[in-house]
Design a protein around this ligand. Sequence first.
Ligand code: AMP
Ligand code: GLY
Length: 424
Amino acid sequence: MRVLLLGAGGRESALAWKIAQSSILDALYIAPGNAGTKQWGKNVALNPLDFEAVKAFALEHDIQMIVVGPEEPLVNGIYNFFNADPSVKHIGIIGPSSEGAALEGSKSFAKDFMQRHGIPTAKYGTFTLEKLREGIEFLRTMKAPYVLKADGLAAGKGVVILNSLQEAENELTTILLDEKFGEAGKTVVIEQFLTGIELSVFVVTDGTSFKLLPEAKDYKRIGEKDTGLNTGGMGAVSPVPFADKAFMDKVLNQVIIPTMKGIRKEGFAYQGFLFFGLINVKNEPYVIEYNCRMGDPETEVVIPRIKSDLLDLLEGVWTGTLSERDIQFTEHAAATVMMVSGGYPESYEKGKVIFGLNSVTDSLVFQAGTVADGPKTLTNGGRVLAVTSYGKTLDQALHRSYDNLTKITFENAYFRRDIGKDLA
Ligand code: AMP
Ligand code: GLY
């Protein structure tokens, strides 16, 4: 099979690494990829949001499957674009239609979907500028802390949690009146604050049947002990010890199955990954958010735990034969730690030379924000690379990643030293 993978992050590095091992792969292209993805395929300078360019490339290179890494092309309708064009309709798109991707692209749509299908989630209200007064009244009926979410995609920055009512009222006004989040914030979801531990659960589906992938826990804050600003994710582990059989049975019966039934009932074309951002509140799962793609850095631990052929599985997704495909997992734990540019998630410098990439032997290095400069690899983003290791236990896996992290250096590099420590 000839495959085009869209995206450029650590998630796409892990997907490229795994797809490259498939016995049915003939060619792998990554658009645009990064300095690391070149190990597993050919990077192509394409913008995943330019569907005409993606189509032209796919036709020219006889691509049979396009695996979409990030959410934006999906929310913008890459599936719909290919499906509506007879010259490329045959090409398998791994990722949902824009209708399915709206589960991530619009928080109010996702909340209403959950309500329609009886899926546990925080109580909420939805408000636009015309309803600013009602929004403020609604806030006054809630207890601190106050959770405000911009409805649309806001690059992970659209959620604000505030401790005082006054701050919350001001923030709501700033988002709706001053358009703090632009178009994404024209609608705001106000939510009840839930207290518990978060975890990420993933399925891959052909729209009819689905397969559960290993669960993971992501560490979102920049600082140790979960302090400081939110980031894209600073590390991840899999499995998650508290996600035992009893808890995962609840996740399956109360969240996953009702969601899959809801998708079918509403008629969304959905062939791809679905990510459930969950919170465990006193042993009951609640949905914080849906994502229409794999997580980053969760992919860097979930995909390495799949033993069987990923491309065979994805072929099953596209041809509606997923139930006939086999999926196997390794019993080994996996941990990943992100190395980031100093200053991230605020301003940081790029273009630092990365040393030591080749001295890592018993871990996998999944590059994210990197670019090749002749023989050198330079930093090119906030999250630079993820170091993933296996272990008999999570502790072993973490030790291995931390050992290998000391071999890689670049100016102003930073990583959290406490990934997984809360679970040990
Ligand atoms: P989201 O972009 O929806 O994943 O939200 C970003 C982060 O905000 C989540 O990972 C949670 O840590 C936090 N968060 C979102 N919604 C809630 C909520 N209802 N209660 C508590 N924390 C929340
Ligand atoms: N790691 C969280 C996300 O990918 O959205």
